[in-house]
Write a protein that binds this ligand. Structure first.
Ligand code: ARG
Length: 422
C-alpha cells in the first residue's frame, strides 16, 4: 500500500508555501480599472500584501476616491503624495530649457512623469520594507521601460511586477475578472486610455487608433475645438528668467500657478492639440493625440527668445543637444549620466534667456509677435534698411567671394567636364 499524505499535513504545506512566498508590494495606483484589478491579482497570484501609491502630478483626478477604492479592495496601506512642485522643478524645468519635444511634436508630458513615479515607488518600498514594486503598464508602450529602467537603477534588489504585461487578459476577460473579484467597473468609463499631469494630457486607443480619422470632440477635455474658440485674439506677455517662465502679463507667478493658468488660457483659445504618428521605443508606430496648451505656449516662446539672445552657432548646436535630450527622456533613460552632460551645456546657454515674449493666441493658432531681452544680440542699426544703418554693404562683396569659393570652383569643374565630354 502506498503512502498517503494525511490531510492536515497537506494543509500545513500550503500554509508554509504561502508564508514563504508572501511579500509586500508597492503598487503605483491610479484608481482606474487596470491598477484596481492589479490589487486583486497581486493578492491572488503572489499572496502579496499590497501597499498602494497615488501621486498628485497635477492630473486633477480625485485622489481621495483613489485612496478609498484602494483600501476597499484590500490594500494594507495607501500613500497619496503631492509631488507637483517636485515635478515642475525637477522635470518640467529642465525640459523647458532643453525645448523638450519628441520627434519635434510631443512635449514629453507623460514621459517626464515616469521617472518621478519610479523614484517614489522605490522610496516607499524602502520605507515599507517591501520586496517588490508594481505598475499597470502594458508590454507595448514606453512607460514600462521608463519605470523599470529607473527602478532598477535606483534599487536593483527590488522585484518589478507588471501585472498587465504578465496576465495576458483581453479587456473583456479583465472585466469578467473584475466583476468576480468585486472591483467596481464603471459602465460609462471613457473609451480612451489617458494619462495626464500638469504638462499635458495623453489620449490613446479607441477610434484614435485609426490614423485616417479625425479625433472626435469627446477625446478632448482641456482644449476647446478651435472653431468654438473666441472670435477675438488673446495676447499674452510671458517673461522668462534664466530660461524659465516667471511671470504672465506682468504678474509674477509661482511656476505651478503659471502653468495651470496657461493651460486654461491657451486651452480656451483652442491652442495645444497635437495629433501625430509617433515612434515608440518598442518599435510600434502609434497615432498619438495630446492636449498640451501650456507646454505648447511656453516652448514656442522659449525657443523664440533663445533666437534673440544666442548666436547662430549656439542655436545650431543646441538643436542637436535638445533633440538628444528629448530622445533620452522619451526612451526612458532619465537616469543616464548623458542627461546631466547635455544639461550642463544647456544650462550654460540659459542665463541669457531672460526677457519677455508676446504671444498671440487665436482660434487654435499660436504666434510669437514680439520679443525683448537685455541680452538681445539683435541690432537694429545692423538690420535696418534706413539711413541709420551702420552695416558696411561694400564688405559683402569680398565676403561672398570667399564664402562661395569651393562651391564655385566645383561648379566650374563640372561645366568644363561636360564640355570636354561632348
Ligand atoms: N505616447 C506617449 C508616451 O509614450 C503617451 C503615453 C500615454 N500613456 C498612457 N498610459 N496612456 O509618452
Amino acid at each position: 500500500m502506498g503512502y498517503k499524505r494525511p490531510k492536515d499535513i497537506k494543509t500545513f504545506h500550503i500554509r508554509a508555501e504561502q508564508i514563504l512566498t508572501s511579500m509586500k508590494v508597492v503598487l503605483a495606483y491610479s484608481g482606474g480599472l487596470d491598477t484596481s484589478v492589479a490589487i486583486k491579482w497581486l493578492q491572488e497570484k503572489y499572496q502579496a500584501e499590497v501597499v498602494t501609491l497615488t501621486l498628485d502630478l497635477g492630473q486633477e483626478e480625485d485622489l481621495k476616491a483613489a485612496e478609498e477604492k484602494s483600501l476597499m479592495l484590500g490594500s494594507v496601506k495607501h500613500y497619496g503624495l503631492d509631488v507637483r512642485e517636485a515635478f515642475v522643478r525637477g522635470y518640467v524645468f529642465p525640459s523647458i530649457r532643453a525645448n523638450g519635444l519628441y520627434e519635434g511634436k510631443y512635449p514629453l508630458s507623460t514621459a517626464l512623469g515616469r521617472p518621478l513615479i519610479a523614484s517614489k515607488l522605490v522610496e516607499v518600498a524602502e520605507k515599507e520594507g517591501a520586496q517588490a514594486v508594481a505598475h499597470g503598464c502594458t508590454g507595448k508602450g514606453n512607460d514600462q521601460v521608463r519605470l523599470d529602467v529607473t527602478v532598477r537603477a535606483l534599487n536593483p534588489a527590488l522585484k518589478i511586477i507588471a501585472p498587465v504585461r504578465e496576465w495576458g487578459l483581453t479587456r473583456d476577460q479583465e472585466m469578467v475578472y473584475a466583476r468576480e473579484k468585486g472591483v467596481p467597473v464603471s459602465p460609462k468609463k471613457s473609451i480612451y486610455s489617458t494619462d495626464q499631469n500638469l504638462w499635458g494630457r495623453s489620449i490613446e486607443s479607441g477610434v484614435l487608433e485609426d490614423p485616417t480619422v479625425e479625433p472626435p470632440a469627446d477625446a478632448f477635455e482641456w482644449v476647446v475645438r478651435p472653431e468654438d474658440a473666441p472670435d477675438r485674439p488673446t495676447y499674452l506677455k510671458l517673461a522668462f528668467e534664466d530660461g524659465l517662465p516667471v511671470s504672465l502679463d506682468g504678474v509674477e507667478l509661482d511656476p505651478m500657478t503659471l502653468i495651470v493658468k496657461l493651460n486654461s488660457i491657451a486651452g480656451t483659445n483652442g491652442v495645444g492639440i497635437i495629433d501625430h504618428i509617433e515612434d515608440r521605443l518598442v518599435g510600434i508606430k502609434s497615432r498619438e493625440v495630446y492636449e498640451c496648451p501650456a507646454a505648447t505656449v511656453i516652448l514656442e516662446a522659449h525657443r523664440e527668445l533663445e533666437k534673440l539672445v544666442l548666436t547662430r552657432h549656439e542655436l545650431n548646436f543646441k538643436r542637436t543637444v535638445d533633440s538628444a535630450w528629448s530622445e533620452l527622456v522619451y526612451t526612458g533613460l532619465w537616469v543616464d549620466p548623458l542627461r546631466n552632460d547635455l544639461e550642463a551645456f544647456v544650462q550654460s546657454t540659459q542665463n541669457r534667456v531672460t526677457g519677455t515674449v508676446t504671444v498671440k493666441l487665436y482660434k487654435g493658432g499660436l504666434r510669437v509677435v514680439g520679443r525683448t531681452s537685455p541680452y538681445s544680440i539683435y541690432d537694429t542699426k545692423l538690420a535696418t534698411y534706413s539711413s541709420e544703418s551702420t552695416y558696411n554693404q561694400k564688405l559683402a562683396e569680398g565676403f561672398i567671394e570667399i564664402w562661395g569659393l569651393q562651391s564655385r570652383v566645383s561648379a566650374m569643374r563640372n561645366k568644363l567636364q561636360k564640355v570636354t565630354a561632348s
